[in-house]
Ligand binder design. Structure first.
Ligand code: PMP
Length: 774
């Protein structure tokens, strides 16, 4: 390993000599003032219109190495034009560096723009300043990632990768420190160096210490520039955040906390792999060992300069000792947690249930007799904490598939950029609203954002009341519209009819929806409902229907049913509200909205669940006239709703729905699955009906006497769960299996579902034929 540049002093150049060099090589006239430099001679050059930093390299530093540094910096500034780093000024000959002869030896000279700032050594030491360092280093590494130059593949004393070669320097370390350094060296040699060799490499800065970081003069928590590219080397990129973290931990009682600030900020800009994060604590310690070894040796070499050389030594040793006291696993767990990669704590099942019940409250039930304890998900697959994979045929929130990368990428990118409320002007939010409006028919174009389906229906009711001056609501018999006080009152599924408010009346329900003459009946049912409301002192403000009639037992909207219902509702002076919380966004197929299956145009549409693929989002969409009527009496604002993050997520969901043709797929796969379920129905008398639009399918079960088989449905959903397929149940008697998978569900998934249902029905009911499945 070449150590010579350390052993030689910087070139002897006076300010006037420096001025002559700048003039000759760069064509710039300026006044030179000396700057600090350990092995190079540096000057500040004040020209008439700009200020530069001149660096005259140590003659032991090869010209190609210095040239590679300048080219790398140029490259990085091109990739990231706002990079906090100086800009390279080329020579008169157009070269990245010049070469001058000093005392008969060639020296590389480099000119960069001078960045005003305070050295981080004297700066504020706060979590924000540490994060700023992490961000700046990450931006630099991200911008350097694609750069390649043979001179950077060099062997350098300051490259942590080569730490084992510094072992002989232990002799220069005072005996009281030697033991710790020796032990850390051994750990590095045995455990860390082999792991480091497997990590991704690229050009790295190699020395993001406070002496190389300039903080903005007016904001000491902001990095103005990373400077000094003299240690640039091709090495494991994780070394950069590790080195920055080591120095930023100086002086802290808990170095782990300081390191976490740097690493998390780095990770947010230029994500690290888990295996990289797992090495950071050791690599930071290795950097401190390296620094202590080199400075002990150099202090002996230059006794006159020993104070300067050893200036960091005390802090390095203190921090190393503190890091060394800590349990390495615990240190790493802290870094992983800071990067959002903590491994969840695994409790025994009983303890997990108890904690949930105690902390989330007893009003929340759990699905399935054998609770599903989830760890992760992808597409239509859920993986439980034991690694068992389950086919998700139930969850309609992850409409485009669990954890769709385009949605999660949009979410995290926007969350890193900006999130705020709708009282500021952010075009992306209005553009998303515009996109939604274009997906809806007629005048439906004004979008009011909320955070859930319940809030959307609640707001729809407020709007309908203001717009009509009335207060009555008509629902279907076993409806569910939400969990706020007003929407719970419209949800007999949840509250039971006895607790429904006097301003709510219901129509139809399963008996009508399943009948051939549903469309003929509905106007009469509505008139009765209006009369009931009238008698209780409420004129009708709105009719609200979920067009897949999920809680009523899942029905494809009967032909002309909504047309007749909307006509009667409007004739009574009330508004027609389509609750698309379940039916919307392609679930019913290419019609895209449930109400569209019957060719109607609602006055208000409410959205939720699939809108954000799991990110809490909801919306009310209405006409400009109704929105205006509402605005005259009311203000509306919901702090978290319609955030830029929500808009980014919602747009990504729309992109995926269109790009992957998911609504069409809902039609195709839905038809296939219904056909396969009809085959099962032929074999199992327990199946009374298979129905529903698109990928919202109900399988109604009956008992041997023809009655509703709620208990069998319960056993079947539990049996399916044990066989690795999740479905739910619904309907007034909870006897309808509810199948509404993410829309990325494919025919082979449908086959798997049918096979599991076949086996389950075989076990839980009596098949028409002997045995369908083993
Ligand atoms: N409307 C319908 C038709 C629903 O199914 C639901 C939820 N199941 C809601 C509204 C309420 O949505 P959220 O739970 O997101 O508030």
């Amino acid at each position: 390993m070449k150590r010579d540049a350390f052993e030689t002093s910087p070139p002897d150049v006076s300010p006037s000599h420096a001025e002559a060099i700048v003039r000759a090589v760069f064509g710039i006239d300026g006044d030179a003032t000396p700057l600090d430099g350990e092995r190079d001679r540096n000057f500040r050059i004040a020209a008439s219109d700009a200020t530069f930093a001149l660096k005259i390299g140590n003659h032991e530093d090869s010209v190609p190495a210095v040239e590679a540094q300048a080219l790398a910096l140029e490259h990085a500034c091109k990739v990231d034009d706002g990079l906090p780093a100086p800009r390279v000024r080329r020579t008169l000959a157009g070269e990245p560096v010049g070469v001058v002869e000093i005392e008969g030896l060639p020296h590389a000279v480099q000119l960069v723009t001078f960045v005003d700032g305070t050295l981080a050594t004297d700066g504020t030491d706060t979590p924000a300043s540490r994060r700023a360092v992490g961000v700046a280093v990450a931006r630099l590494d991200r911008a350097l990632a694609g750069f390649e130059h043979p001179a950077l593949r060099r062997s350098l004393v300051w490259d942590v990768t080569h730490l084992p070669e510094l072992r002989p320097l232990l002799d220069h370390v005072s005996p009281d420190r030697r033991r710790l350094l020796d032990r850390r060296l051994t750990r590095f040699e045995n455990d860390i160096a082999p792991a480091l060799r497997r990590l991704p490499t690229q050009p790295i800065h190699g020395d993001a210490s406070p002496a190389n970081i300039l903080l903005a003069p007016d904001d000491p928590e902001h990095v103005a520039a990373i400077i000094d590219f003299g240690d640039l080397v091709h090495a494991a990129r994780v070394l950069d955040p590790a080195i920055a973290a080591a120095y930023q931990a100086f002086g802290l009682d808990d170095p782990g906390e300081g390191m976490a600030d740097v690493v998390a900020a780095y990770h947010a800009v230029f994500p690290l792999d888990r295996i990289e994060i797992e090495l950071i604590a050791d690599l930071a310690a290795a950097r401190l060992v390296q620094s202590l070894l080199v400075s002990a040796w150099r202090a002996e070499l230059h006794p006159d300069n020993a104070r300067y050389i050893l200036s960091d030594s005390e802090s390095s040793f203190m921090t190393l000792a503190l890091l060394d006291e800590r349990d390495p696993a615990e240190l790493t767990a802290g870094l992983l947690r800071a990067c959002g990669m903590a491994s969840p704590q695994r409790r025994p099942l009983a303890a997990s249930l108890e904690l949930r019940r105690g902390r989330l409250g007893p009003a929340l039930s759990l699905t399935y007799d054998e609770p599903v304890r989830l760890g992760s998900a992808d597409g239509v697959w859920l993986t439980d904490v034991d690694g068992t994979v389950l086919l998700d045929a139930y969850n309609n929130v992850p409409q485009v598939g669990h954890c769709h990368p385009r949605v999660t990428a949009a979410l995290s990118a926007q969350a890193r950029r900006l999130t705020t409320n709708t009282r500021y002007l952010v075009d992306e939010v209005s553009e998303y609203a515009d996109r939604l409006g274009r997906l809806l028919p007629g005048e439906l174009s004004v979008v009011m954002f909320v955070n859930s389906g319940s809030e959307a229906n609640d707001l729809a009711y407020q709007i309908a009341r203001v717009a009509t001056g009335n207060s009555g609501v008509v629902i279907t018999d076993h409806a569910y519209h939400g969990t706020t006080a007003a929407t719970a009152a419209m949800s007999p599924e949840e509250l039971g009819h006895e607790r429904i408010e006097p301003w709510v009346a219901s129509i139809g329900g399963a008996a009508t929806l399943g009948a051939a003459d549903a469309a003929e009946r509905v106007a009469g049912e509505l008139h009765e409902a209006f009369a009931t409301l009238d008698a209780r002192g409420h004129r009708p403000a709105m009719l609200i229907c979920d067009a897949v009639f999920s809680s009523d037992g899942i029905f494809a909207v009967p032909k002309s049913y909504l047309q007749a219902a909307y006509a009667a509702t409007r004739a009574a002076g009330a508004l027609c509200v389509a609750d698309e919380v379940q039916a919307g966004f392609g679930r019913v197929g290419e019609a895209f909205w449930g109400f569209a299956l019957d060719g109607v145009v609602p006055d208000i549409v409410t959205l939720g669940k699939p809108m954000g693929n799991g990110h809490p989002m909801g919306a009310v969409v209405t006409t400009p006239a109704i929105a205006q009527a509402f605005a005259e009496g009311w203000h509306f604002f919901s702090t978290l709703a319609g955030s830029p993050v929500a808009a980014a997520v919602g747009s990504a969901v729309l992109d995926v729905l269109a790009g992957e043709r998911l609504p069409a797929r809902a039609d195709e796969v839905g038809a296939y699955l219904r056909a396969r379920l009809h085959e099962l129905a032929a074999a199992y008398p327990v199946i009374a009906d298979v129905r529903g639009p698109g990928l919202f399918i109900g399988v109604e079960l009956r008992d041997e006497a023809g009655g509703a088989a709620g208990e069998i449905a319960r056993r079947v959903t539990n049996g399916m769960r044990r066989r690795g397929v999740l479905v739910g149940r619904t309907g007034p008697a909870l006897n309808v299996l509810k199948i509404r998978p993410p829309l990325v569900f494919a025919e082979h998934h449908a086959d798997r579902l049918v096979a599991a249902l076949d086996q389950t029905l075989c076990a839980e009911s009596r098949p028409r034929r002997e045995m369908i499945a083993p």
